[in-house]
Design a protein around this ligand. Structure first.
Ligand SMILES: *Cc1c(COP(=O)(O)O)cnc(C)c1O
Length: 354
């Protein structure tokens, strides 16, 4: 389907303010954004406009009742051609946004419109894609309820928008994670599988407590027993036992990461065995003691693939990094980076070129 997208460009680009040597994460925004409105019946008024504030009623229902969902993806500069911008599996983000929308009683967005909006925006802001080592353009599609009505019911009106920020690496060292035994990120029947705003709000207090103890992140466990690994709340989790890699099976309490799936498929194509199953904390401890746990790592679009230094459980710290050699995580990270940057052929059909 073809969508009509109106375009209003900035009078003066801010690109010269952008210090490519010192990018950071999520502090600078590219010149333009894409916006579309749900009028109660359909998505209308698709437009690219200068990046800038929205005007909202104090009664905006997203603020009060949290109908607010988002996605996160990245665009990369091709190493083959200075002009080309590459997206990695963006249709997966479109599908996941719609799974989130359905659960939160929000309107779905046609995948074609999602992809057309991002493609047009990337085309216009292509100079904002960093071409420095480890740099990329983070893309943030999101949707929120805009009715100014103070009753608990699904809004009739929504805004869908996309903006971009040039980013460098999110984490640059192996992480210390705390196995969470008191708080829960998600429960069966809940919204843990969605990228909805409230999930992240709920994680901040337990994360702050863990950080005060010297950890970088919380490793969430199942809400019923706190004995099974789930994920970190922005990334999925992998454990390497020799040539077998285990990641928790998907349930409605886990976010189905695109990086997670890409890592699984890549590892299998490299000849490793990957198991998606329940992963008890006790198994991590036992195999660490037996010397059979070689690496732990986490995966996500923002963080990419980062090793775990060790995990805290019950007040004790279990160091993993001293045992392993980060062989397999390094191999799969390189495999994926080479596809994303077009250093190797995209045999999987994961890349869309702008
Ligand atoms: C976004 C996210 C991930 C990672 O998903 P990717 O598609 O790989 O970026 C993992 N867990 C949670 C809770 C997330 O929000």
């Amino acid at each position: 389907m073809d969508f009509e997208i109106s375009i209003e460009k900035v009078k003066n680009s801010r690109i010269l303010e952008f210090d490519t040597e010192n990018i950071g994460f999520g502090k600078i925004f590219s010149d333009h954004m894409f916006v579309s409105d749900w009028n109660g019946e359909e998505w209308t008024n698709h437009r690219i406009i200068p990046y800038g504030p929205f005007t909202l009623s104090p009664a905006t229902s997203a603020i009060h009742y949290g109908q607010s969902i988002f996605e996160g993806m990245k665009a990369f500069g091709s190493t083959k051609n200075d002009h080309d911008v590459l997206m990695f599996r963006p249709e997966e983000n479109a599908k996941r946004l719609n799974r989130s929308a359905k659960r939160m009683a929000m309107p779905e967005i046609p995948e074609d419109l999602f992809l057309a909006g991002i493609s047009k925006l990337l085309d216009i802001d292509r100079n904002w894609v960093p071409r420095t080592e480890g740099g990329s353009l983070y893309i943030r599609p999101f949707m929120f309820a805009t009715d100014d009505f103070i009753g608990v019911k699904p809004s009739n009106h929504y805004t869908f928008a996309i903006f971009c920020c040039p980013v460098g690496p999110y984490y640059n060292k192996p992480l210390r994670v705390k196995v969470e035994e008191e708080y829960s990120r998600a429960a069966p029947g809940g919204v843990g599988f969605t990228k909805s705003a409230g999930n992240y709000a709920a994680s901040m207090y337990p994360t702050a407590l863990a950080q005060a103890e010297g950890y970088d992140q919380v490793l969430w466990t199942d809400s019923a027993t706190h004995k099974l690994v789930e994920e970190t709340g922005t990334t999925n989790f992998f454990a390497v036992f020799g040539n077998t890699i285990v990641t928790p099976e998907l349930t409605d309490t886990l976010l189905a990461g695109t990086t997670r799936e890409s890592v699984i498929l890549s590892l299998r194509s490299m000849g490793y065995q990957v198991e998606e199953r329940k992963l008890p904390i006790q198994e991590l401890k036992d195999s660490l003691a037996a010397g059979t746990l070689s690496e732990l790592f986490i995966t996500g679009t923002a963080a990419t693939l980062i090793n775990i230094d060790g995990f805290g459980h019950n007040g004790e710290y279990f160091s993993v990094i001293t045992q392993g050699n980060q062989n397999i995580s390094t191999q799969v990270k390189t495999f994926l980076d080479d596809i994303k940057l077009e250093r190797t052929a995209d045999t999987q059909g994961w890349i869309i070129r702008i």
